[in-house]
Design a protein around this ligand. Structure first.
Ligand code: ATP
Ligand code: MG
Length: 577
């Protein structure tokens, strides 16, 4: 609480709260939660992807953090706080200085020393632990922090969802062996489940790719939402769920047809799969498309071949190439020309670069591909006979593909990645020599895990799931205040007296605001509905009789009640959070 109880002077008055609600949504805001955070005056935009938290927003942030802290502490993790500034040398030790890509905000100080602003803290925590922990008696160890991260995102957008400076809870576990890591990982999985449940989010844990962090096992926690940037596939039958970046499927075995002779067909100006299938009167499943990529990490052009109606899963391709998603781009028309082909007519036959072929394409028969010749395609193409390549799982799994575990059709939905956990194993401890001495007196690398929650992204995800036409509907345990008292006319003696009496009583046990502003009642109601305070007590005409209006934000239900009943309602609700 920010005030002294019982003293009228320190009453939390709306007129002094820097309430800065906006009528109109600022132009840059495209999704409801972003619009509402700005309109409700929770946050303010500075430059692209950089936000300031205002008093109301900060209160919510601190409550989200408190829940995260409680659960991390319960799991035995120790809180520390590290610097955002990180020296280049540590990133060279892990091998990530060059590999991380342009998201890493690098700079040079006045002494010509290179630094970055931490996008994540594997290097720092590994360095701390290698210096602090000598004995295996200190293991297992789990350390966490809630701290500001920096990533120079290509497209910062959707407010706090994808910003360039954001708040993350990151934790790192250090174990003696694999079995220890398994236990630490499971504990964090369970802890995340508790955190997101307490935050009221509808979420789904899914299998995930390990991206820039590395390691060999990972889950993401997805807040389910149509505006989510992540796609998830899941199986209703067996519970398999994965990010599409990671998802695999069970191939339907196709009967092998008799291989026919390769044939060149003229296809003037028919470039897309849609045009080709229409022109030749065939199904897209009888075509394959060949995409040329420029892999900047390994400085080469490569081809990826998937069935015509499929998309390349670029994350799978990045992993196959041992590249980085920030370093892989589709080739330009000129680059396609440099390998003797033409945009819209690229095919794998006779290509003089590395060709990666999707598993599905490898078992197709007599299909159509580009002929690497302007206005021509090839018919009756077969892998093995007409072209060779490295066969890998490259396609993006989609709805109705078969579950890799049980073979039933998969469903698809969208999610916001609010957290991710990784089994790092010795990816950092080995190169950085973070070791402990075992019973035989040998130095062995610690087995690590890392665990992130996007705190500011989580806050906005709550808004995405809890809002209506009028504004935000905060769950009670993260709302900036539990209840607001709104006298229709604060200058009216009876209303003022009752409002202050209510304030006095409520402030003993709940977080309460008194709206003392000299404004029209409709204006005040709208403000609080936009801000999303869970309960409103309105002191109006019947104040002299001790009757108030009690309004619940979620659903906007109103009832006339005795003022003591209104107090009791709020106290009772707050008791249960
Ligand atoms: P994304 O795929 O969305 O870019 P990421 O997988 O790179 O995220 P992690 O390295 O797993 O992110 O970071 C841990 C958590 O931090 C993420 O689960 C996410 O909630 C949050 N996060 C990551 N990038 C951002 C960002 N630019 N703005 C806000 N939160 C972010
Ligand atoms: Mg992630």
């Amino acid at each position: 609480m920010f005030y002294e109880k019982g003293s009228a002077k320190e009453i939390m008055k709306a007129s002094k709260m820097l309430i800065s609600t906006l009528k109109e949504a600022p132009q840059e805001a495209k999704i409801d939660s972003h619009v509402l955070l700005l309109r409700a005056g929770m946050v303010k935009n500075q430059v692209a992807g950089v936000y300031q938290f205002l008093p109301l927003g900060l209160r919510v942030l601190q409550k989200v953090e408190k829940i995260i802290r409680q659960e991390m502490d319960n799991a035995g993790s120790l809180e520390i706080l590290c610097s955002a500034l990180q020296p280049k040398e540590l990133w060279e030790e892990s091998g990530r200085w060059n590999k991380y890509g342009p998201d890493l905000m690098r700079f040079t100080d006045r002494h010509e020393r290179d630094f970055c602003l931490g996008p994540t803290h594997e290097e720092i925590f590994t360095d701390l632990v290698r210096n602090l922990v000598k004995s295996s008696k200190s293991l297992p160890l789990n350390l966490y922090q809630i701290q500001t991260k920096y990533r120079d995102e290509v497209r910062p957008r959707f407010g706090l969802m994808r910003s360039r400076e954001f708040i993350m809870k990151d934790a790192y576990s250090f174990d003696k062996d694999e079995a220890g890591l398994e236990a630490s990982y499971q504990l964090m999985y369970d802890t995340y489940t508790k955190i997101f449940t307490r935050l009221g989010l509808h979420f789904q844990p899914v299998l995930a790719d390990t991206g820039n962090i590395g390691g060999n096992g990972s889950h993401q926690f997805m807040a389910l939402s149509d505006i989510g940037e992540s796609e998830i596939v899941y199986c209703d039958s067996c519970g398999y769920a994965a990010d599409v970046e990671k998802a695999t499927d069970q191939l339907i075995e196709l009967p092998k047809e008799k291989e026919l002779d390769l044939e060149e067909v003229e296809t003037p100006n028919q470039r897309t799969i849609e045009e080709i299938t229409k022109f030749l009167g065939i199904d897209a499943k009888k075509t394959a498309k060949t995409l040329i990529y420029h892999d900047y990490a390994n400085e080469k052009l490569v081809a990826a071949v998937v069935r015509g109606d499929r998309e390349v899963n670029e994350i799978k391709l990045v992993n196959v190439l041992n590249s980085n998603e920030n370093y892989l781009e589709l080739a330009t028309d000129e680059e396609i020309r440099s390998i003797g082909s033409y945009h819209g007519f690229v095919g794998p036959v006779g290509l003089n670069i590395e060709v990666y072929v999707d598993l599905e394409v490898a078992q197709m028969s007599n299909f159509v591909v580009g002929a690497n010749k302007l206005n021509y395609h090839l018919k009756n193409v077969n892998f093995g006979k007409d072209f060779k390549g490295i066969v890998k799982d490259l396609k993006k799994v989609q709805a109705n593909d078969l579950c890799p575990v049980c073979g039933k059709p998969l469903s698809q939905e969208r999610g916001i990645e609010v957290g991710q956990i990784f089994k790092l194993q010795t990816k950092y401890s080995l190169p950085m020599n973070c070791v402990y001495t075992n019973e035989e007196g040998k130095n062995v690398p610690m087995v690590m895990g890392c665990y992130g929650i996007g705190v500011s992204r989580t806050l906005q995800s709550i808004v995405e799931q809890y809002h209506d036409e009028a504004g935000i509907c905060w769950p009670l345990n993260v709302a900036p205040y539990h209840v607001v008292i709104v006298p229709i006319n604060y200058a009216d003696e009876a209303q003022k007296d009752l409002a202050e009496k209510l304030y006095e009583e409520l402030s003993k046990s709940v977080e309460v605001v008194l709206d003392d502003r000299n404004a029209k009642p409709g204006f005040k109601f709208k403000d609080w509905e936009l801000i999303g305070i869970p309960y409103m007590i309105i002191c109006g005409k019947r104040s002299a009789e001790g009757i108030v209006e009690f309004k619940v934000r979620a659903g906007l239900e109103k009832s006339e009640v005795e003022y003591s009943k209104a107090i009791q309602n709020v106290i009772e609700a707050v008791k249960h959070i």
